[in-house]
Design a protein around this ligand. Sequence first.
Ligand code: FES
Ligand code: MG
Length: 588
Amino acid sequence: MSHDTRANKQFRSQEWFDNPNNPGMTALYLERYLNQAFTREELQAGKPIIGIANSGSDLSPCNKIHVFLMDRIKAGIRDAGGIPMEFPVHPIFENAKRPTAALDRNLAYLGLVELLYGYPIDAVVMTTGCDKTTPSQLMAACTMDIPAIGLNGGPMLDGHWKGKLVGSGTVIWESRRLLADGKIGWDEFMDRACASAPSLGHCNSMGTASTMNAMAEALGMTLTGNSAIPAPFQERMGMAYKTGQRIVEMAYADLKPSDILTRESFENAIRVCSAIGGSTNAPPHLQAIARHAGIEFDVKDWETVGYDIPLIVNMQPAGEYLGEAFYRAGGVPAVMAELNGAGKLHADVMTATGKTMGENLDGVEVTDRRVIFAYDKPMREKAGFLVLSGNLFDSALMKSSVISDDFRDRFLKDGVYEARAIVFEGPEDYHERINDPALNIDETCMLFIRNVGCVGYPGSAEVVNMQPPDAMIRAGINHMPTVGDGRQSGTSESPSVLNASPEAIVGGGLAYLNTGDMVRLDINTSSMNALVDAAEWEARKAAWSPPVIESHTPWQEIYRQHVGQLAQGGCLELATAYQRVAKNLPRD
Ligand code: FES
Ligand code: MG
C-alpha cells in the first residue's frame, strides 16, 4: 500500500473525531477518549480506528485466551498505523449458558452490530473461539459490512487420561455410557472430563468450535492457518500480531465482507466441513452468515455440494486425534490444498489476505498422513451431511462421517430402517422415561425428541444425541437412531437425525407423531416418514394445538417472537432485512 493511497483515505471515524462542520459534537466525541491515554493528535490524524471485539472473559473460558492476546493484536495494529480500541462483546460459553447458548448467538450478534454501527469504528478484529462466538461475530460483520477479520483463540492442548487421548465433549459422551454401564463412578467421570481441558483454549476435538473456526478460514475471513493453532502455542501470539497488522491494511484497502463472501466461498466452506468431519451446527451457522451477507444458500446445498466429499481428517469425534496433531499436520490450509488438488475448491475467491484462496494455498502441504489423509485415499468416502425430508419435517440433517460400521450393520442395512417410534417431549421427559420397562425399547425402535428447537426450548438445545436405555448399553449397543428438532453437540459421534425444521412447536410434522407409530428412514432417497395413514395424519393435525411455553426473561420472549427455523439459520428474521448498514452514517 503506497503512502499516497493512505493519505487520501477518509474513514467513517473522522465523522466523530475530526468534523470541522460540527465542532460541538466533535469536541464531545473527542474529549473523553483522551482520558484513557489517546491523544487529540492521533485521533485526528486520519488513521483508521480498529475495533477489537473481545469475546474473552471469566464467563467464557474457551475464549479467555483473547484477554492475553489483546496486547499482541494492538501491537500489530499500532505497528501498521492504526488505532486499536478494544471493547467487550456479550460472552457466550457453550457448556454453561442455560437454557442454551444458542439463545445468545443472536443477542451477541445484535449487540455487536449496534456497537460497530454506533461508535467510531472503521474496521474490526473478531476474536472467535467457542461455538457461537464465531458465527455471531461473522454475522454482525456481514450486516455492518466494514473491513473485518477473524482471529481464533485456538483449541486447548490435547487432553490425556491414563495414557489415552481424551477429547473435549467426546470424553463426556463416552464416560456417561461407562457410568450407565456401571464401569466408572462419579469421581472418575469428573476426573476424565477435567483431564480433557488441560490449558486455555476452546474444545480440542473437531466439535463446533474447531469446525466454525475452520469455516471462518475456509470462507476467507481470516489469515491463512489461523484456525488450528493451539491457544498456548507461540504461533498463536504471532497470529494475533499479524492479524492486527493485516486489518489496518484491509481498512485502507476497504476490503469488506461483501468483497470476500460469495456463493463460491460458501461452497468451499461446505466442502471443508465434510473433509474435516465437521459439526452438525455448521449448517445453521453458515446459513445465518449467508443470509446476513445476502447470499443465496439453502440447507439442501449441504447435500448437493458437500455429501460426496470424503472425510480426510482423522480427528475426534469422527477419528482419533485432537487439535495439536491437526495443527502439526497442516491444519485447514492443508485440508484445503487437498481439496484444491482434487478440483473441489473455488481457488479464485478473494480472502482477507488480499490474495485469492489459491494464492494463499500455494506451496501448502500435508505434513502428517496419519492425521490428514490424501483426498483419493480418505478415511471414509461420501462423508458430508444428508439432508432428509418427508412428512415429519421439511429438512433434517444426518452426519454421515460418524456412522460407524456397527451402526450401519445394525440399523441401516441397505440404507433403510423401519422402526417403532418412541417420542419424548423434551430432555426431562427423556430422562424420566428412557429406562421405563413399559416402553419396551429395543433395536426395533427409534427415539424422538421434540419441542427442543429454536422457539421450543428456547434456542435449540443440544439434546438429540440421546443414549439408549441402560440395559441396551450393557448389552453393547451404544447408539440407536435418534431424531429431533433440536441440535446435538459437535463433539458427539451419534449418527442422529437432527435440526428438524420446522420444529414441532410451530406445527412441524414431528408434532403429530405418537409413540408406537412406525417410521421409515431411507438414506438412499434422503427421506424419513411416519408410516401413518394420510387421513389419520390430517386428523391429528386438525386436533393439534401447540404446547404452552413460558418465557423466563425478556430476551427469551423477544427471541421467540422473531427467530426463524434452523434450516434458515435460526436468525432473527427481521434482522436479515438490514444489510450493509455501514453505508448509512448514524445521526449525531
Ligand atoms: Fe466452548 Fe467447546 S464448549 S469451545
Ligand atoms: Mg456445542
